[in-house]
Design a protein around this ligand. Structure first.
Ligand code: TYM
Length: 341
């Protein structure tokens, strides 16, 4: 990050973000946020609440504002420690929007047009296919490249956005000289794609119209149990990880991450037992795993002054780091600087 620092002296940098578009799901948590917490001791971690991304879909302003602080608190409740990691709200650091503009001008229409998330979202929100939805990956690339991140912990659905980030960065470096570090995705083996509990061929999403399809991190234990008990499975009545058993595979993946048990151990544990027993065990394990998160979240939401001070400090530190990359970029592309007096 610092031009005078030799690459071997610097700790690898992690960057990732989450949109404040509702309460985080078990999918967000197991696919990404749990890893954010686990990586904090080994790396220089930078995490953000991506509220600029959120308005690519129409938002109610009052709800967006509230959800931004809620998700900030919830990420902290999941173990992100602002003393260890830099954690900020995206709109507090204007460099994100500024670099995104420059990257927009270095990204081809055809590349963006291939993004599956754009295709999915423009089908789902057909009455609002705005330019921001289309250039969303350029803003995401700006987020990552501003901090010269080495690794980006995300779920499998973000892999294509990481690939385009590398393409944009490589192209920019080729045109203007080394400016950006090319980041690698960090996708967990288990939990990378948590599926809907009602249709296990679709990813679990907080925007699903059926609330039984997803577990919200703040669902009370009884709701969690109920949702798992009504999860769609198959008619085989055998707890085994196999192709074609999407529902059971999904539940086994969830159970494996929250208990640390291997698939073989899970198959053994439930040999000869029915799905009812298995679903209840998964529900109970998840409810128990989420208990401390719910409790910590409630405490944090009672201390808005502390949350705000964390946001403020995060924004200051992030602005400083982001500003360094942005001024390098501005120089590279030939923007007239104001000479220091
Ligand atoms: P978002 O807010 O949709 O999701 C946040 C994280 O959760 C992961 N995730 C899942 N993982 C497993 N199973 C699921 N069902 C599931 N659903 C979501 C996502 O992969 C993500 O890691 N564009 C990003 C936010 C973003 C970002 C960035 C991420 C903005 N700038 C820069 C990384 C780097 C998004 O919409 O994530």
């Amino acid at each position: 990050m610092n031009e005078t620092t030799a690459p071997q002296e610097r700790k690898p940098i992690i960057f990732s973000a989450i949109q404040p578009t509702g309460i985080m799901t078990l999918g967000n948590y197991l696919g990404a946020i749990k890893n954010w917490a686990d990586l904090q001791d080994q790396y220089d971690c930078i995490y953000s609440v991506a509220n600029l991304h959120a308005i690519t879909v129409r938002q109610d302003p009052a709800k967006l504002k509230k959800a931004t602080l809620e998700i900030y608190a919830l990420v902290m409740a999941c173990g992100i420690d602002p003393q260890k990691s830099l954690f900020f709200v995206q709109s507090h650091v204007p460099a994100h929007a500024e670099l995104a503009w420059v990257l927009n001008c270095h990204t081809q229409f055809g590349e963006l047009n291939r993004m599956t998330q754009f295709k999915d979202k423009s089908a789902r929100y057909a009455d609002n296919i705005n330019a921001g939805l289309f250039t969303y990956p350029c803003l995401m690339a700006a987020d990552i490249l501003l901090y010269q991140a080495d690794l980006v912990p995300v779920g499998a659905d973000q892999k294509q956005h990481l690939e385009i980030t590398r393409d944009i960065a490589g192209r920019f470096n080729g045109l203007y000289g080394e400016t950006f570090r090319l980041p690698e995705p960090y996708i967990p083996k288990t939990g990378a794609r948590i599926m809907s509990l009602q249709d296990p061929t679709k990813k679990m999403s907080k925007s699903d119209a059926n609330p039984k399809a997803f577990i919200s991190l703040l669902d009370p234990p009884e709701t969690i149990l109920k949702k798992f008990r009504s999860a769609v499975t198959d008619s085989e009545a055998q707890v085994a990880y196999r192709e074609g058993k999407d529902g059971i595979n999904n539940l086994m993946g969830i159970y494996s991450v929250v208990t640390g048990k291997s698939y073989e151990a899970i198959e053994e544990e439930f040999q000869g037992k029915g799905y009812g027993e298995f679903k209840t065990a998964v529900g109970e394990a998840v409810a128990e795993h989420l208990r401390p998160i719910r409790e910590r979240y409630a405490q944090l939401m009672n201390d808005k002054a502390y949350l705000e001070s964390c946001c403020r400090e995060g924004a200051q530190r992030a602005s400083y780091l982001a500003g360094k990359t942005l001024s390098k970029v501005y120089k590279r592309v030939g923007f007239l600087p104001l000479e220091k007096r």
